[in-house]
Design a protein around this ligand. Structure first.
Ligand code: ADP
Ligand code: ASP
Ligand code: MG
Length: 422
């Protein structure tokens, strides 16, 4: 019998009825002889509700003092759902105890709202498991060296679960959610999307980083670093289905490339609507320009994603890059006030209505013409490509946001992702 970590997302914990269903499922696993650690998210909508209350009281700020309070606030969502799950388990006749991140403790750095896990103390949890208790650990949160509550970024309960599984050397980490696995693309956008029975760790990492929010990217990074066996599956099946069938369902994230995977040239399509494009126009085409623009942006702690430079015929260049939409306004302000006057550029222009669409697949390594098929497909749909970036296993384009669904559907079809066995 094994030590297993279950993670339940917000929708899976969305009502007392759903929490009871989770408790029954967990009790089934515990009664089958497994040592169970459960990491719940806040009940669906709760984190948004709490953060909206803060917004009602004051316009959002970017100070550490403010971010600290956001974490203090948002972390309560997981504390409530964890206690409710413990109560539901006890009602099922299971010994169960819930812990907040600081009680374990899950130690993190002090980057409020996007903290990273440094270490997890397993002593308390192990003692409870040895005493036959189900242990529930709040997702999404930890504690910094000064004892302040931190959170791990939106969707961070995935990372909590994988980090806990790594610390406890769990046999498997099961991520229960509102879909029955990882699909070729978001099934909410493309109903023909198919579930993948397995996906390589590298592909999952790309899909998560390119916008597939089914797993938070840091959870995939953690799974890779500590080789945590990871599976994504549905919490919406009846709780009393056969445990063996349940344990084999969903999508397994694999660390070895098998034959089946080598055949898949493109395994999935990801998209991201969270970015905005900024262009600095009429920049004198001289050495050091990229550094002066992007250096100032980096100094302001703004992450840059795609970058493109066009040379014009008159010795000047246009320099474009993408940033997170949340950073758009302050980046444009910074460029206008600090960079433009010293650079001799003519204008800073921007567009928040863009989206990035990416095709991902380890088969792209050994196949030529994949990117050009992507470009042809988009051109046949009359969709203009504004930016392109490629790596060994992905090609991303930036397009007008209004064509996002059309682009994802067309690419899904063009790469035969709706065909069984593709
Ligand atoms: P949870 O609350 O359980 O963490 P999330 O909403 O964070 O759930 O993640 C599950 C959602 O991810 C699905 O409902 C689905 O719409 C979305 N999603 C995006 N891309 C994919 C994909 N490739 N496969 C499956 N789901 C995806
Ligand atoms: N409750 C947090 C959020 O909504 C963490 C999570 O659900 O994973 O982002
Ligand atoms: Mg999630």
């Amino acid at each position: 019998m094994a030590l297993i970590v279950h993670k339940y997302g917000g929708t899976s914990m969305g009502s007392t009825e759903r929490i009871r269903n989770v408790a029954r499922r967990v009790a089934k696993w515990a009664r089958a002889g497994h040592q169970m650690v459960v990491v719940p998210s806040a009940m669906s909508g709760e984190t948004n509700r709490l953060l909206a209350l803060a917004k009602e009281l004051a316009p959002p700020k970017t100070t550490r003092e403010y971010f600290r309070e956001l974490d203090m606030l948002a972390a309560t969502g997981e504390q409530a759902s964890s206690a409710l799950l413990a109560i539901a388990l006890q009602a099922e006749g299971m010994a169960a105890v819930s812990y907040a991140g600081w009680q374990v403790p899950i130690r993190t750095d002090d980057a409020y709202t996007k903290a990273r896990v440094d270490s997890i103390d397993d002593a308390r949890v192990r003692a409870d498991l040895a005493a036959g208790r189900v242990v529930i650990i709040t997702g999404f949160q930890g504690v910094d060296a000064q004892g302040n509550i931190t959170t791990l970024g939106r969707g961070g309960s995935d990372t909590s679960a994988v980090a806990v599984a790594a610390a406890l050397k769990a046999a498997e980490c099961l991520i229960y959610t509102d879909v029955d696995g990882v699909y070729t693309t978001d099934p909410r956008i493309v109903p023909e999307a198919r579930r993948l029975t397995s996906v390589s760790f590298e592909e999952m990492l790309e899909m998560a980083s390119l916008g597939s929010k089914v797993l938070q990217i840091r959870s995939v990074e953690f799974a890779g670093k500590y080789q945590v066996p990871l599976r994504v599956l549905s919490s919406f099946t009846p709780w009393d289905i056969d445990l063996g069938d349940e344990a084999r369902s969903g999508t397994l994230i694999t660390f070895e490339e098998d034959e089946h995977m080598e055949k898949a040239i493109v395994s999935g399509i990801a998209f991201n609507r969270d970015e905005a494009k900024i262009s600095v126009l009429g920049v004198p085409d001289t050495p050091g320009i990229a550094y002066r623009i992007l250096g100032a942006v980096a100094d302001a702690n703004v992450e840059v994603d795609m970058i493109i430079q066009n040379i014009s015929h008159h010795g000047s260049a246009d320099f474009s890059f993408t940033v997170n939409r949340g950073d758009y306004a302050r980046t444009v302000d910074l460029l206008n006030s600090k960079v433009l006057p010293t650079l001799g550029a003519t204008e800073v222009a921007g567009d928040t209505r863009i989206c990035k669409v990416s095709i991902v697949g380890i088969g792209m390594r050994s196949h030529v013409g994949v990117a050009s098929k992507m470009f042809r497909t988009l051109s046949e749909e009359g969709i203009n490509i504004q930016m392109i970036s490629t790596s060994e296993i992905k090609t991303s384009v930036v397009i007008d946001e209004k064509y996002m669904e059309l682009a994802v559907r067309a690419l899904h079809r063009a790469f035969d992702l709706d065909q069984p066995g593709a």
